[in-house]
Design a protein around this ligand. Sequence first.
Ligand SMILES: NC(=O)c1ccc[n+]([C@@H]2O[C@H](COP(=O)([O-])OP(=O)(O)OC[C@H]3O[C@@H](n4cnc5c(N)ncnc54)[C@H](O)[C@@H]3O)[C@@H](O)[C@H]2O)c1
Length: 249
Amino acid sequence: MDLGIKDQVAVITGAGRGIGAQAALTFAAEGCKVAVWDKDLDKAQEVTEKVRAAGGQAMALSGSVGIRADVEASVQQVLSAWGTVHILINNAGFGDDAPLVDMTDEQWDRVINGNLTGPFYCARAVAPTMIRQRYGRIINISSRTHQGEAQKVNYCAAKAGVLGLSRALAVELGPHEITVNTIAPGIVRTERVLAQAVYEGLNQRAQERQLVKRSAEPSDIVNGMLFYASATSGFITGDLLYATGGRLS
Ligand SMILES: NC(=O)c1ccc[n+]([C@@H]2O[C@H](COP(=O)([O-])OP(=O)(O)OC[C@H]3O[C@@H](n4cnc5c(N)ncnc54)[C@H](O)[C@@H]3O)[C@@H](O)[C@H]2O)c1
């Protein structure tokens, strides 16, 4: 199926590894020019090289999505090179868990900044271009855990905030033919997740509660991104997609 995104410009945050890296490779294979953005520049460059080796077009971007100056500079770099942005995927994110009574102000601020303020900065930076061209696709990555989970008060608040951000952006940008949708993944087999000592237990509990009894791969999430990014999904906005194998709690 032709997704209608060939030659479009896609900015993907947190694309140096994991789900974001898979997204960069997949969107490039669909013919997009891909801005591979990661605070770890070496990783962004590695993914950029992989895209190019496969015959695609990519540029590496560095800096934190949670620092306004970095965001403005990165978006400007894309605009200078490719003139526009059609697709923004706010994928960068991370947790920093602790029981409520031990959670420091710094842990709270850092997680809210990276997971929630970052997507706000990125959406605000690309919006003028998307409004001007009367076309845009913004996809925000939340998490199933936005529903609440122990020792993740910062992460759950940030990922629930992403839903509010998405809905508000959808309302404000809809009249400009810009859609804004959210994906809430369950546990996905990325190197970060696999490196956690508690992975086996988490995975077992997830599979007991999932309807589809297998682990999720990054491509399971990227397929949802492709749907929301496609030119044909223009009537779908303010939506939330659970990519959890049917697990809701
Ligand atoms: N993997 C899962 O099980 C899972 C489940 C639910 C939601 N998610 C969400 O999916 C997204 C991707 O997860 P992943 O497992 O692929 O993560 P990951 O840790 O493998 O990759 C995230 C990338 O984002 C980059 N990054 C982090 N903070 C950044 C910042 N401030 N600015 C720029 N880059 C930054 C990191 O350097 C890293 O390369 C995250 O938003 C995560 O919260 C993941």
